[in-house]
Design a binder for this molecule. Sequence first.
Ligand code: FA5
Length: 340
Amino acid sequence: MSELEALEQRALAELQVCADEAALRAWNTHYLKGELDRAVKMVGSLPPAERPIYGKRANEVKKKLNEAYETAAAAEKERALERSLTSDALDVTLPGRPARRGRLHVSTQTLRSIYAIFADLGFQIYRSSEVEDDETNFGLLNMPEHHPARDMWDTFHTTKPGVLLRTHTSPGQIHVMRELCPQPIRVILPGMCYRYEAITMRSEIMFHQVEGLAIGERVTMADLKGTLIAFARRLFGDQRKVRIRSSYFPFTEPSIEVDMDCIVCSGEGCGLCKRSGWLEILGAGMVHPVVLRNGGYDPERFSGFAFGMGPERIAMLTYAIDDIRQFWSNDLRFLQQFGA
Ligand code: FA5
């Protein structure tokens, strides 16, 4: 009995000095689950006559210590809450940090402007693969093996013979024709192209193109001219002048290149247009009969026009960007200049 009394005194005294939750937990383990538990179980080893008195007292001590523990734990919880409220205080008067908004890459913005214009002109978007075979990238576009025009497009070949990264979006023409023949076609084909050439201020090894293709029974050069003038005026402004020069592409006949009067000097001559007053915006022409036939269309009955433009070059003209290498440099100072 005296040990039981001593245990009670000791436990209560120690509980008084438990300063935090960890100390309280240690006390609980030591006394309630340890010493007191053993003291209660001792009742079985006592002579039967002493058991009721000892048992009763042991239960009283157990109840008292449990209650004392509950009270101390509740008080400690209260103190912990108080401590966290004062130490983690929020200053609700601080001005908020503005959320940083992302933005679309300048190439994506330019592509979307181009899509919107051609959507209004009735063109649908068609996508084809960036990995092509030699035959579709060159052969079916009227450039059989060893044709000298292949040198116009320095090529990234893969380790698989005959498989390459497309050098332009024109092979997409063959895919659309073969899929839609003999229906009329009016599509644009946007996508990435790759060329194994020296990187300069105006040329990258990886860049976008937007190809255009229209095929029908009476498609003429006048339709091509009208479409391209409408496009240039929508993108660059109503007053733009457009100039058409003859050119050469193996897959169009006749072939043209389209210039627009310089957006900086309006034709007077400046650094951007190299004093010529004109800026080239795209290559185009009437689809070559061989290409029409390769796509499944009878050139006696059908005719078509095609064009190919570079959105990065168009963005350079729109925003007077002097170096194409900026586009993929991931320099935020460059990218953040283009809103939206
Ligand atoms: C072609 O690639 C032809 N397939 C275009 C075409 C399509 C002609 C249909 C006729 C009919 P070209 O190599 O000129 O042509 O490229 C077309 C456009 O892609 C150029 O006017 C330019 O805007 C862009 N471009 C070409 N090479 C690069 C390059 N290295 N870096 C960035 N843009 C380029």
